[in-house]
Design a protein around this ligand. Structure first.
Ligand code: HEM
Length: 468
């Protein structure tokens, strides 16, 4: 078989595997799922050292091929609807439900492009003053000279930012009447229901019972949908005109008003509010707390960041009004966030299943196998990142310009690439700008991390804050 380097050849059903073609090394082992869940980073690193950047596993059952080299990642991300499809465990698919993005390619494309305006571009820029204010208010509750539990403290503020932006509900900390007429009575209840829903995605047993994470997750999902239905009813009853730029919910309601027979049914709207909060809250909270942790470990990076901030925001009083233009100028901050995402990627990409066999660079990826493009492999490969073990944000800036497409993949790629990457960067930049302006902090030793499903610093890890 004649093949150019990087060329993907689809092998038709029934066609014999061409001679001289290899299959990925390593046999799947019965305990692979447990090893991976216990510590995905260690699992990836150890297998990378032993077998290289492409290897077989039995993670989540069947044959799951892990890939980390840019060529194979490109093959995975470009396969949608040609030779791959999203393949998530049944428990996860039930938790997503039929109104998620993970549907057949046509529906996926239609839904994704309809949702995009509410999370990106001009509308996202319009959210900036509110994000600013909520973060400033949240940080004003962080006291001087005390130890705070880093992740829970960050998570509280991220929730306060994301709920109004995505669900269109101000929290009761902001307006005591926010929950009036709704089936939940305060933000604590909402947050705890969300956590139960989130945990349900990763339940390993598909048994609808209060005894399983899956069963509890489905129940929480039903209650959250009921909550969203009431939010929408209340919004309509208020008779005020809907401003499509106010928040993600309003964008969908306004589009529905303009085109009642279009894509935005009530069911899609209420489900999408839930799903976007699910997709964003823990990921952003994990990223912001990891960023604060990394800055605590590398004071010279923090000093460089502060000098960029002074150049861009000028007088400190102007920090209250961070502008989209200023956020764009924060290129070093962006590089530090990327380096945090490279070194501590919060999650893997979604699993894809091969609907056809393909051959790439002399390697066969067989039909029916699951395939995972792993940032935990790609981000530590010297072929992609010079001295990958170093924390070096400047690698993302000229002249190095590392972090090319298919090599730096914290947000996945291809048609399923993360829809909230811009929003995540915006919120993280605003959070970091205020935090490093307001506080100095000391770490209390090395942090331990929860490794799965999302990487995040453990709840009990503290930092000692000092107001500047
Ligand atoms: C640090 C923050 C975040 C990280 C690290 C992250 C990471 C990811 C990853 C790895 C994927 C899978 C992509 C793939 O398999 O190719 C994904 C998908 C997705 N993310 Fe994010 N995400 C973040 C924030 C957000 C936010 C803020 C939102 C929305 C408000 C969001 C919405 C989505 C959606 C809708 C998808 C599915 C896209 C599709 O299937 O077409 N994410 N994200």
């Amino acid at each position: 078989m004649e093949q150019q380097k990087g060329e993907v050849t689809i092998v038709s059903d029934g066609q014999a595997t061409p001679a001289g073609i290899l299959t990925p090394p390593r046999e799947g082992r019965w305990y692979d799922t447990f090893s991976y869940i216990a510590n995905p980073e260690r699992f990836c690193r150890q297998n990378l050292e032993k077998y290289g950047a492409i290897f077989n596993t039995s993670v989540f059952g069947g044959t799951t091929i892990f890939v980390g080299s840019s060529g194979a990642i490109q093959m995975v991300f470009n396969g949608d609807s040609k030779y791959t499809e999203i393949a998530l465990p049944e428990t996860t698919m039930d938790m997503f439900g039929e109104y998620s993005l993970f549907q057949h390619p046509e529906l996926h494309r239609e839904r994704k492009s309809a949702l995009k305006p509410g999370l990106t571009g001009r509308i996202l820029e319009g959210y900036i003053p509110r994000i600013n204010q909520i973060i400033i208010d949240g940080l004003s509750n962080w006291s001087d000279g005390v130890k705070v539990s880093l992740y829970p403290a960050v998570e509280t503020i991220c929730f306060q930012v994301l709920v109004p932006l995505l669900l269109g509900v101000n929290l009761d900390e902001i307006n005591p009447k926010s929950f009036e007429g709704l089936p939940l009575s305060n933000s604590r209840e909402l947050k705890s229901l969300y956590k139960t829903y989130f945990d349900g995605f990763y339940g390993l047993w598909k048994w609808k019972s209060p005894l399983t994470a899956y069963g509890r997750g489905l129940k929480a999902r039903a209650k959250l949908l009921e909550f969203m239905r009431a939010v929408i009813r209340r919004r309509r009853a208020s008779q005020e005109p809907i401003n499509p730029e106010a928040n993600f919910l309003s964008m969908m309601l306004a589009t529905q008003q303009q085109n009642p027979d279009g894509i935005f049914s009530d069911a899609l709207i209420e489900n999408q509010c839930l799903l976007q909060l699910w997709a964003s809250h823990y990921e952003i909270s994990g990223l912001v707390s990891s960023l604060i942790y990394q800055l605590g470990r590398f004071p010279q990076v923090l000093a460089q960041l502060r000098s960029e901030q002074v150049k861009i925001t000028g007088e400190p009083s102007q920090l209250n009004t961070l502008l989209p233009e200023q956020l764009k100028q924060m290129v070093f901050l962006e590089a530090v966030i990327k380096e945090t995402l490279r070194t501590l990627p919060p999650s893997s990409t979604a699993n894809r299943r091969l609907t056809k066999s393909v051959v790439l660079d002399g390697m066969l990826y067989a039909k029916g196998c699951t395939i995972i493009a792993e940032p935990r492999l790609a981000h530590i490969m010297p072929e992609h990142f010079h001295q990958p073990e170093m924390f070096a944000p400047e690698r993302f800036l000229p002249p190095r310009n590392e972090g090319r497409m298919y090599e730096f993949i914290p947000f996945g790629g291809g048609v399923h690439a993360c829809l909230g990457a811009q929003m995540a960067m915006t919120i993280t930049k605003i959070f970091a700008s205020h935090f490093i302006y307001l506080f100095d902090w000391q770490l209390t030793g090395e942090a331990s991390f929860v490794q799965f499903p999302l990487k995040k610093i453990k709840n009990n890890y503290q930092i000692l804050l000092q107001k500047r």
